[in-house]
Ligand binder design. Structure first.
Ligand SMILES: [Zn+2]
Length: 404
């Protein structure tokens, strides 16, 4: 049953908060999309939006001000009053650190990337990130009081407790309470997820996964991970570690993996595993990204190694398709630049190994957000997790400038 605008005051308030929360997650959007997202009727949404516009909480929005990967022009676009809330994203990579700041209409106000030394530890990472957040807030002239929170991503398992698990990519972070340390440092609420989960959220919000009911983002890089988004929400599982597809065991007599199991997908198909294989056969040391670049440049051995990796990944993806029947699989991470050299064998393996109906339902495509997926996903995480920007009375906004 759906409440109408004439419902009880508590129902009206609940619907109003659902509309605000939907706008926070959708950014520049249409009344029709808000109705779809909330399950409220279009007339209820129109009534609530009109009231929010009168309060200055919702403003008309030029569609050209849209966030990356924007797609089509929505009819009569609306958004939350942009400056009333800010979301901060932090992406810790193996050799980089990135920080971005966005407003409630999903407009990116600041974005800064910094190179980091190999194997930097948690203390160094958090110090640098806190400094970059302060710089970004200063550069944007932003009010700290308006910050809804900070989303952070890192390449390693992150448990729901906020503790970082053992990571081969950032070994100096294992066992740290990274979110708590950052929160103490900045005096802001902080949410932490693994990088593949954030890539999934970003592609679902702004990239190749928009509008899907069930999608999986595959991060194919030094390691292999996945993020699962169902009905617009990140699926974390019981402890937050859902999506560890890289540790699907393909051969129980295979090499011992860093996770302790044998013959995991990662030991065959990660960029690190392929680089190890080719370094031995070519007699020269190759880094994980060298193989992909050489494949792009036409090297036959590197192309063959990536095609084999695509087939191995396809075997694990076929099982995933049988289990959750996704509408779209989105391939990101540094190996994605190999394009169809990797994707064609992957698609073929899924076609052969998944049950026909699951294979027919799924579309396997490249991500649209590239190396920025994790950083943008950290911002999306805040917009999802922070709760509606206005849960109390309307803010004192200057409606004269609310049409910017
Ligand atoms: Zn493993």
């Amino acid at each position: 049953m759906e409440e109408e605008p004439g419902g009880t005051p508590s129902l009206r308030e609940a619907s109003r908060l659902r509309v605000i929360q939907a706008l926070q997650i959708l950014g520049v959007t249409s009344r029709a999309d808000v109705a779809r997202h909330t399950g409220l009727s279009r007339s209820t949404v129109s009534t609530i939006v009109a009231a929010l516009q009168a309060e200055g909480i919702v403003v008309d929005r030029d569609p050209d001000g849209r966030f990356p990967g924007g797609g089509g022009r929505p009819p009569a676009p609306i958004a939350l009053y942009p400056a009333a809330g800010l979301a901060i994203g932090v992406d810790f990579g193996k050799r980089h650190l990135a920080v971005a700041l966005a407003d409630l209409s999903h407009e990116l106000l600041e974005e800064e990337w910094r190179e980091m030394p190999d194997d930097y530890d948690a203390a160094t990472g958090i110090d640098s990130a806190a400094e970059m957040v302060e710089l970004a807030l200063g550069a944007a002239g932003a009010d700290r009081e308006r910050v809804l929170g900070v989303g952070m991503g890192l390449p390693g398992p992150v448990h729901r407790s906020g503790v970082v698990g053992s990571s081969a990519i950032l070994p100096g972070w294992a066992g740290t309470h990274a979110a708590e340390r950052m929160s103490d440092r900045l005096g802001m609420e902080v949410w932490l997820r693994n990088d593949a989960n954030l890539g999934a959220l970003a592609e679902a919000t702004w990239g190749a996964g928009r509008g899907t009911s069930a999608m999986v983002y595959l991060k194919l890089a030094t390691g292999i991970g996945a993020g699962i988004v169902i009905d617009g929400r990140l699926f974390g599982g019981a402890g937050g570690t859902a999506g560890e597809i890289g540790h699907t065991s393909l051969d129980e007599t295979g090499d011992i993996c860093r996770c302790g199991s044998r013959g995991c997908l990662e030991t065959y198909a990660s960029a690190a595993a392929i680089a190890g294989l080719l370094s031995r056969s070519l007699g020269e040391p190759l880094g994980p990204d060298d193989v992909t670049q050489r494949a792009v440049d036409g090297d036959p051995g590197c192309r063959r190694a990536l095609a084999d990796a695509g087939r191995h990944i396809g075997a694990a993806v076929a099982d995933l398709c049988n289990l959750i029947n996704p509408e779209r699989i989105i391939v990101g991470g540094s190996m994605a630049i190999a394009g169809n050299v990797l994707l064609d064998p992957l698609r073929e393996a899924v076609g052969l190994r998944a049950i026909p109906s699951a294979a027919e339902d799924v579309e396997i495509v490249l991500g649209e957000l590239g190396e920025r997926a994790e950083l943008l996903g950290a911002i999306a995480l805040v917009l999802h997790e922070a709760g509606p920007a206005w849960s109390g009375p309307a803010p004192a906004v200057n409606t004269a400038t609310a049409t910017r």
